[in-house]
Design a protein around this ligand. Sequence first.
Ligand code: GLP
Length: 259
Amino acid sequence: MAEVIIVGSREDAGALAADEIARLIRARPDTVLGLATGSTPLPVYRALRPRLAGVDVSRVRGFALDEYVGLDPEHPQSYRSVIAREVVAPLGLDPARVRVPNGAPDGIEHAGADYEAAIEAAGGVDLQILGIGTDGHIGFNEPGSSFASLTRVKTLTRQTREDNARFFDDIDDVPRHCITQGLGTILRARHLLLLAFGAGKADAIARAVEGPVTAMLPGSAVQLHPHATVIVDEAAAGRLRLAGYYRETWQHKPDWQGL
Ligand code: GLP
């Protein structure tokens, strides 16, 4: 099962995740990070900045999970812009070593295979940061996505477009298509770190961690991974049946185990 850690706040979650990522980068300067967008990972990136002060990050690589198709890459809400603004610049990463799937309509039919090849050439993702949508999607793998899927174009659900409309002036401005790492791509990462905050995520988290493994809840793919860590605040943990067990496990976790 995934290890579930229930923390008091987003900041606590960010600190815990950032400790692990900084440890990884110190141990392996050429660490390959899987980067998520959305509001959830922001506390991680913020907490990471001071932890990387004085650490050589020049060889760190990054692969974003997903991108909108057809959105100008310079648009402030393109994931290329978000990753540049929230991750690459503050952490001082080399922009040439951080990739985002190419959502340009021209050549989109090859963009997924190109991205898979680039991840493979980098030696695979060491640690994949994940958020989860209210419908249980990870990356932009909407309900029904195959567990074997690789990076490809998907159509966003109405629910996801409504959720993400807050980043745009109008829901009609939210693109209908995206290019996303597949569930199969995500499952190849060596360590998954899924974060969720707020009561709005409680149902998706309970189903992802404790529900049946089903393509109808793409986040349930974490149950198939040998090393998955789920960090949630109290509100997002609200529907977990084994919450008491997770707390006890965390409280008594041997130091040597790490995350
Ligand atoms: C988007 C992203 C996902 C993210 C999800 C949740 O759909 N493609 O990677 O997990 O939003 O967003 P938030 O973290 O803002 O709740």
